[in-house]
Design a protein around this ligand. Structure first.
Ligand code: SAH
Length: 281
């Protein structure tokens, strides 16, 4: 039975051997690796990963595809398939029944693009609640524009709240391009393979929750200066003083601040404001 790609699950099969090889190279697979693959689909990437690793745990939402995957790999003993929505599943709970597949150290996946942000957040955690069990690396195919946002530096148009939030928790690099024509059906946009490496956060923010909300508020209107975006929590004249203490230009916009500057600003604001909560946004 041929399976038609389903739009609602963001199904775009990789059909290019070159792209598959590039993902495998970027993943730097080791015999000891325990991989999590989100959305194996028809298993084209699964097939390439399996021979190189210790374990492969796959999570697929589509019941029909799961049947196919069980038929294909059900007897492979270093493979475990879980049917369900990755965003909803409580993997640690489920894996208590499959101890050999606990403690996966890498994620390698061609994911559905419509849930890229939530997938990354589930894997990395957030500034205020970073993942307790950091992964060694996360290798994902993402749409090009999102990939560029993840690696963007300050003063760049693509640098936004996502860049700051992810770069606070991890190093990001673009490994290679994958063109739209390398998928079936062809997506509207080109893609890139990205590698996200969770890092130890040196000198984390004194109040990560506050930093999280501050970033959101600071980027609320990209065209406005920080002074204006942060008006609801600090008077512009006072912010001018804090910015000059931090050697940041008085007219700075959110996109001009490095991750370290966001942390410094957050710490200084807390000292000045005496820890009163941010208004809700
Ligand atoms: N990795 C395959 C398929 C990529 S398409 C390939 O490269 O060819 C994305 C896959 O993710 C599809 O198989 C889709 O059914 C699955 N998927 C979509 N949403 C999901 C979710 N919330 N949890 C788990 N899998 C999901």
């Amino acid at each position: 039975m041929a399976i038609r790609p389903r739009k609602q699950f963001g199904q775009h099969w990789l059909k290019s051997e070159k792209a598959l090889a590039q993902i495998i190279i970027a993943s730097e697979l080791k015999k000891t690796d325990r991989i999590l693959e989100i959305g194996p689909g028809l298993g084209v990437l699964t097939e390439k990963i399996l021979p190189y690793v210790d374990k492969l745990l796959a999570v697929e939402i589509d019941r029909d595809l799961c049947k196919k995957l069980v038929f294909k790999y059900g007897k492979v003993d270093n493979f475990l398939l879980i049917e369900g929505d990755f965003l909803e599943l409580n993997l640690p709970d489920i894996l208590t029944n499959f101890p050999a597949f606990q403690n996966y150290n890498k994620v390698v996946a061609n994911i559905p693009y419509n849930i890229t942000g939530p997938i990354i957040e589930k894997l990395l955690g957030t500034i205020s609640n970073p993942s307790q069990k950091p992964l060694e690396s996360i290798i994902l195919l993402v749409q090009k524009e999102v990939g560029y946002r993840l690696v963007a530096n300050p003063n760049n148009k693509t640098y936004g709240a996502l860049s700051v939030k992810v770069q606070y928790l991890a190093d990001c690099e673009i490994c290679c391009d994958v063109l739209a024509k390398e998928f079936y059906p062809r997506p509207k946009v080109d893609s890139v393979v990205i590698k996200i490496t969770p890092k130890n956060i040196d000198n984390p923010a004194n109040n990560p929750k506050f930093l999280d909300s501050l970033i959101k508020l600071g980027f609320a209107s990209r065209r406005k200066m920080l002074k204006n975006n942060l008006k609801s929590i600090i008077e512009p004249e006072k912010l001018t003083n804090l910015l000059s203490e931090l050697n940041i230009n008085d007219n700075a916009r959110a996109e001009n601040l490095s991750v370290r500057e966001w942390i410094n600003l957050s710490n200084l604001l807390i000292l000045t404001r005496g820890l009163s909560p941010l208004p809700n946004h």
